[in-house]
Design a protein around this ligand. Sequence first.
Ligand code: ISL
Ligand code: CA
Length: 531
Amino acid sequence: MEWWKDAIIYQIYPRSFQDSNGDGIGDIPGIISRLDHLQELGVGAVWLSPVYKSPNADNGYDISDYREINPEYGTMEDMERLIAEAGKRNIRIIMDLVINHTSTDHYWFRQSRDKTSGYADYYYWRHGGPDGALPNNWTGFFGEDCWEFDPERCEYYLHLFARTQADLNYHNPAVLEEVRDILRFWLRKGVAGFRCDVINILWKDSLESGRKRLALTGSEHYLSLEGTHRILRQLREVLDEYGAFAVGETVFVSPEQARALCREDELDMVFSFEHMECDQYFLKWFKRKFRPEAFFNCLTKWQKELAWNALYLENHDQPRSIPRFGSEAHWKESGKLLATLLLTLRGTPFIYQGQEIGMMNFDFDRMRQLNDVESKNVEKVLRRFHIPRKLRWKIISRTSRDNARTPFQWSGGEGAGFTDGRPWLGINRNCQEINLASQEEDPDSIWSWYKDLSRLRRENGVLRRGSFVPLEAGEQVFAYRRELGEEKWTVALNFSDKPARVSCRGGVVRSNLGRETFDGNLGPWEAVILR
Ligand code: ISL
Ligand code: CA
């Protein structure tokens, strides 16, 4: 049926969406109370970042029980109610499937410390070398060593992410069987599918040391290997029992590797990262000026090379898109322009919570205000390299994942309508200007624009299923056509404070500057849809 080709998907980061009981932490009853907001936006599904039991070293991406709900977020009954209530509004629920690693609090891991237990080989356990040498030279995603010594087992375990996120060993077939059962557990409850966390690194072909690299030494031993395809095919068998959907988060994939993962018997689509790299040097921590032309060329490449893309400009790991690809000075126009891009490309658009009201990066000014384990680890690494404090903060604050994790700004009052209590992460002071309540009544708001374009997409097959034809990708303008049968729609976007000229013409379907006829001139941050 491929419902996901016609749907817009909305990502919820539960901790920051809506608190219902005043403890300052978003929760499932809170999400239920906001389902009407999602329905208004016209979304067909919600991707829920993890709500499973977790000690929260990485806010739920460190799972200690896949079959339990984190009590901070509610109960299993709440979860079932969410699935049912969403269903009434034709909104499907997609769970986050984090199976590269578990929390070290997970029962499997605790058992695994005992070499004689049935769980002894659920993780990668290795002896160190002489003189305290680690089992290999790999480096992890969060700027830490990726081996941790366990005094009970007297061995090291592998963790590519935080110290308490131990990598599962898929060389042991029992692990995949466990995961397949977990899938069934949730599919039986009525979830529509999964967003599969770092799914292309599951299979480690060996634990040999790797070629030394600036980051992720050792990754040639686990990035997008044949073993991952084998695992995915076995997961797909289970998904097919329920007609379920799967989008993979695939780090460092090329279009070719992505194509190989998007197959009937593996994944429906993948999140790629290349377009997120147009404002950085070799690592995301080393930001440079955003290069629109590189961004356009990258999007064009992926549009052309993949039959279907997972489209996104924001998620819980990325800074907000307006200050990044748009303009703070032209907040509203550039917010609408980015919405236009997201909702007119070919693929399934993913809107991240807060994006639909133009939320911005955090306004923190010191490390103490941050929560994210990655930011904290990287700050430690920078300190080790004697990077001065000011520069450290500059590096961290521009890139920190907490930029996208501050609570949703429902209203301008205290607690921003997110909570009556003390929020777990600081609410941006700009909530007085940027909030849903103030945009609801305003037909010219970013929120109204999102709703409008969402409807436009739902009502016009050309925007959903049409082919993508690139027209222009210059220093400031990106223009393309979508074509379906007789329908030919053109989108022209000016990523600049300066006016621009384009050669395309047509009747105006939409312009974020309110233009009614089009003569080829684009104003600053103007987005037009022509027909
Ligand atoms: O933040 C990143 C992207 O710039 C990556 O380093 C990120 O950690 C990577 O994309 C994997 O992300 C996923 O798995 C992590 C979790 O912390 C992220 O939140 C999740 O999206 C480990 O489970
Ligand atoms: Ca709560």
